[in-house]
Design a protein around this ligand. Structure first.
Ligand code: DC
Length: 221
């Protein structure tokens, strides 16, 4: 029986660090669903596709071969795009592409396929609400906005903090207010605020939930 652990929340809440480490501890596959939206955004930018052209974007999303590899690298159609999908330009475009319904349905299909063959820790914005409403464990990971900007500043020291704050706020608003699968806490998700907590402390809290919900630990690998 495959187990799904869904971790949703805004940028900078600590999802990636925690989801990756949790997956390693449990022997599950870590899936960064945001990387998939980023890969489509990169492809669209390269081909100069209008980011509101739902038909063309859906074609890209359906035909893209996206591989999320164990060493954390991301491949698009066989090409390593790990660093390119993290540029500010792709980051902004990913949030726009992610608002397009047809793109979302194509990528949700791919996300569900992955979980057919492995137990996963999947992070994103709609994992507990849309992709896996039946996920065994659902976490909504949050942190206060200043802390989220501070964390991103450490990852992107070349971008001025004020600029980063403005960009994050714009993306968060778009991700929360879009019509299609907006970022929202699932009613049965556990809300965790990581402000002021070390990643290990957050991870421990989630592990306690996993132990309680995955019966007798038997399904843990
Ligand atoms: O988590 P991230 O910053 O890498 O995500 C990139 C963009 O994709 C972000 O604007 C939110 C969006 N996204 C989404 O809408 N649904 C997901 N499951 C994952 C990411």
């Amino acid at each position: 029986m495959r187990v799904v652990i869904a971790i949703d929340g805004p940028a900078g809440a600590g999802k990636s660090t925690i989801a990756r480490s949790l997956a390693a501890r449990l022997g599950y596959t870590y899936i960064d669903s945001g990387a998939m939206y980023r890969a489509i955004a990169l492809w669209a930018l390269r081909l100069e596709v209008d980011l509101q052209d739902a038909i063309k974007l859906e074609q890209l999303a359906r035909s893209a071969k996206i591989s999320l590899l164990m060493d954390r690298s991301v491949q698009l159609n066989g090409e390593d795009v790990t660093s390119e999908i993290r540029t500010p330009e792709v980051t902004a475009a990913a949030s726009k592409v992610a608002a397009v319904k047809s793109v979302r349905s194509a990528l949700v299909e791919k996300q569900r396929e992955i979980a057919e063959t492995a137990s996963v820790v999947m992070e994103g914005r709609d994992i507990g609400t849309v992709v896996f409403p039946q996920a065994r464990v659902k976490i909504f990971l949050d942190a206060d906005p200043q802390e989220r900007v501070r964390r991103r500043s450490v990852e992107l020291p070349e971008v001025a903090a004020a600029q980063l704050a403005a960009q994050m706020s714009e993306r968060d608003t778009r991700d929360r207010e879009r019509a299609e699968s907006p970022l929202v806490q699932a009613p049965d998700a556990v809300y965790l605020d990581s402000t002021g907590l070390a990643p290990l402390e957050v991870e421990e809290k989630i592990l306690q939930l996993v132990r309680a919900r995955v019966s007798n630990g038997k399904e843990l690998h």
